[in-house]
Design a protein around this ligand. Sequence first.
Ligand SMILES: [Ca+2]
Ligand SMILES: [Ca+2]
Length: 171
Amino acid sequence: MLPIRSALRLSSRFASVLKVSSAERDIILNSFSNAENKAAFQSLGNSVPVDSLNNLFAKDPVAIEKFLEAIMDTIEVDQEKKLSFAEFLVIMVKRKGVNGVQNAFLSQDKDRSGSISRDELKEWMTKYGHFLTRKQVQTMVDAVDVNGDGEIDYGEFLNLVCQEVLQMKSE
Ligand SMILES: [Ca+2]
Ligand SMILES: [Ca+2]
């Protein structure tokens, strides 16, 4: 069972600026699919504002998939300790690859709207032992909802995994 508190860390634990090593920078840079995004990323420097990175990745979801595939082998997750929802997703990517995560995402999109609504997220979290109030669910969605439509789409979902990975690397 995962404690509620760890799920809620999602919204508060992410630093607003990430320190990125040169190796990680290269991986991220090589992930972007066009010169415009590459240039925009390069202009961010070595301390990357999370919001800026989010916005770039939101415009280029394929870049997140590439980035995750490239960086996953370098990630170690201590699976004995209690996991947050984001850490759980990272482990899923490690085990099943990015496609495995896409399937997991799609399987929770019950109404096939292409995104996870608050109710769908609430149900998903309940399955993993997180019983969340409406307000808690809203906080989680707000933390990853880049385009502000109140739901989590696949790009935003990948973004969440990506942020967690970068956070793990910088700890
Ligand atoms: Ca949906
Ligand atoms: Ca959204």
